[in-house]
Ligand binder design. Structure first.
Ligand SMILES: O=P(O)(O)OC[C@H]1O[C@H](O)[C@H](O)[C@@H](O)[C@@H]1O
Ligand SMILES: [Fe+2]
Length: 189
């Protein structure tokens, strides 16, 4: 009846959580996500790099319970666009989430269902509150792996569909050696 309390070992340097479930996303798993499709194809054919890994500790989908996961988002670009996670709304859209940045540099794009976007820079120690209803995607704007921990309701779920189809209304690029957050040229509201 009561679940047994549990502790887990997080290696702060690598971002790996012992005895967790590992998920790997390569660039080939992200067809249609980047603005420069030629650059995407070229890089997939050349080395098809791992874009990110997730180490998750998940419970049954029950209201009140919590999941958590670290993500190791590797440095890299497709054309001018920095590597990012797919990004999602929650399947139960009113579920919130908390992110804690541990290592490296990056940021989070958040977006309402109407396409109103925000960019929040992240460095080690940054804690982000993702409110209910906001889609969220993390971006590595640095030259080393960007590592963070996220804690989310066990019944939140992932809804990738809308973002896979439409993307975010803003994209994060490198131009003239600077990080720029600009309007997504392919965005249609
Ligand atoms: O699911 P993605 O949008 O690809 O992001 C990758 C992962 O980032 C964080 O770790 C979230 O807590 C996970 O729920 C998510 O799966
Ligand atoms: Fe989430």
């Amino acid at each position: 009846m009561y679940k047994e309390p549990a502790s887990f070992k997080l290696d702060i340097e690598s971002g790996v959580i012992e005895d967790s479930k590992r998920l790997v996303r390569r660039l080939s798993d992200m067809k249609g996500y980047f603005v420069d499709e030629e650059a995407w194809k070229e890089l997939v054919e050349k080395e098809n790099p791992v874009v990110y890994e997730v180490y998750a500790v998940e419970q049954e989908e029950r209201e009140g319970d919590l999941n958590f996961a670290t993500t190791i988002l590797y440095p890299g670009k497709v054309g001018k666009e920095f590597f990012f996670t797919k990004g999602h709304f929650h399947a139960k859209p009113d579920r919130a989430e908390v992110y804690v940045a541990l290592k490296g540099r990056g940021g989070m794009l958040l977006q309402t269902p109407e396409g109103e976007a925000r960019w929040i820079p992240m460095e080690p120690g940054t804690i982000i509150y993702v409110p209910p209803y906001w889609a969220h995607r993390t971006v590595n704007t640095g030259r080393e792996p960007f590592i963070f921990l996220a804690i989310y309701p066990a019944d939140a779920g992932h809804d990738y569909g809308t973002i896979a189809k439409k993307g975010f209304s803003k994209i994060v690029i490198e131009e003239d050696g600077e990080v720029k957050v600009i309007n997504n040229p392919r965005w249609k509201a």
